[in-house]
Write a protein that binds this ligand. Structure first.
Ligand code: UD1
Length: 343
């Protein structure tokens, strides 16, 4: 079976994808600099799949170290590139850090892939490239216009997509799948792996679970005066395990020569939008745990509503995100309880 190099494989989406790849019989080598993840995740992966994946503590900006990994694992057939900085606010404060980390790493990776004859890449992009889609583009499909990025982080995703397209144009051997994620949430049903936010979480679900666990006093709901049914923002929350499985599908499609274009793009979402208040209320219902919250002002840069039209991924990739939201929210809570030792 083919070996897949997974950058950022000890991270949140990366670790879940490594599990799905190994369970499908792939060999994996993880490359991660552990800047925003923990080596313990390897034990979590091993507890699920029965063996430790190969791991190399390497920064994707380090060409020499990447070349060394590719030399030592000569059977790598595809790369899944998760490794990136992803905090929107931090990217506004430290744009150069984001441009260096997120752009240079992809350039270095593509150079080394070419030098080592690796011709397939799956890239983690984001629905952030669509900004706030106009009403006629909701739900969002892959043909919706790309809008000016609202943050350096968002800009790096757009530029990364362009780098891949330009390189594919120049290098006919390269095949790429760009996956635009909506809002990934939840944890593996085993509660052996999950999201490990650094410091105070920016994202909704980790803040909800930490509040439920008593680590945070109350959740702040950013705005209830949006033009949505309950006034809070709407997103397409997708289960991280469903999302991980889409990466396996993308790899299979490229390696079996089924890709219709040299660069294919898929929106990965459920097709259903849920509001912040719906998420919080459903979480309280399914867990039976209270999450105190207050409504505060809008968060700068937030988009009012966005959700996916996942038809292309459903029909072409043969993949569907169908785990019920109740199950997803429970998985997030089970992971938080495990982390905090709550019975
Ligand atoms: C954000 C980024 C997105 C990025 C993703 C990666 C923006 C505009 N978008 O997505 O580009 O790919 O993170 O992690 O920053 N909320 C609260 N209280 C909280 C936290 C969040 O009410 O404490 C609300 C937000 O206002 C939003 C929703 O929950 O409506 C989801 O927020 P979040 O999880 O941060 O994701 P996005 O903002 O959609």
């Amino acid at each position: 079976m083919a070996r897949i190099l997974v950058t950022g494989g000890t991270g949140y989406i990366g670790s879940h994808t490594v599990v799905e790849l190994i369970q499908k019989g792939y060999d994996v080598v993880i490359v991660d600099n552990l800047s925003n993840s923990n080596k313990d995740m390897l034990d979590g992966i091993a507890a699920i799949v029965g063996k430790q994946p190969d791991f190399e503590q390497v920064d994707c900006n380090d060409a020499t170290a990447l070349a060394d990994v590719m030399n030592r694992y000569a059977d790598i057939q595809a790369v899944i590139h998760f490794a990136a900085s992803k905090a929107v606010g931090e990217s506004v404060e430290q744009p150069l850090l984001y441009y260096r980390n997120n752009l240079m790493s992809l350039v270095t990776l593509l150079e080394q892939m070419k030098a080592h004859g690796i011709q397939h890449i799956v890239f983690s992009s984001s629905c952030t490239v669509y900004g706030q889609p106009s009403a006629e583009h909701l739900p969002v499909d892959e043909t919706a216009p790309i809008q000016v990025a609202l943050s350096p982080y968002g800009n790096t995703k757009q530029i990364n997509e362009e780098i891949i397209r330009d390189e594919a144009h120049a290098n006919a051997a390269l095949h790429a799948t760009i996956l635009r994620y909506f809002n990934p949430i939840g944890a593996h049903p085993s509660a052996m792996i999950g999201e490990l936010p650094n410091g105070v979480p920016n994202n909704l679900l980790p803040f909800v679970t930490q509040t439920a666990a008593g680590l945070r006093q109350q959740l702040r709901v950013y705005g209830n005066d949006y033009n949505t049914p309950d006034g809070s923002c709407i997103r397409d929350y997708i289960y991280v395990v469903d999302l991980a499985r889409a990466h396996v599908k993308a790899v299979e499609r490229m390696l079996s020569g089924q890709a219709a274009e040299q660069v294919e793009v898929f929106n990965l979402g459920t097709g259903r939008g849920l509001s912040v208040l719906e998420i919080v209320n459903t979480f309280m219902q399914v867990t039976g745990v209270n999450v105190p919250y207050e409504i505060v002002g809008r968060r700068e840069g937030d988009i009012e509503q966005v959700w996916a039209k996942p038809d292309k991924a459903n029909n072409v990739l043969g993949w569907k995100a169908d785990t019920p939201i109740e199950e997803v929210l429970l998985s997030a809570w089970n992971w938080e309880k495990k982390l905090r030792g709550i019975e």
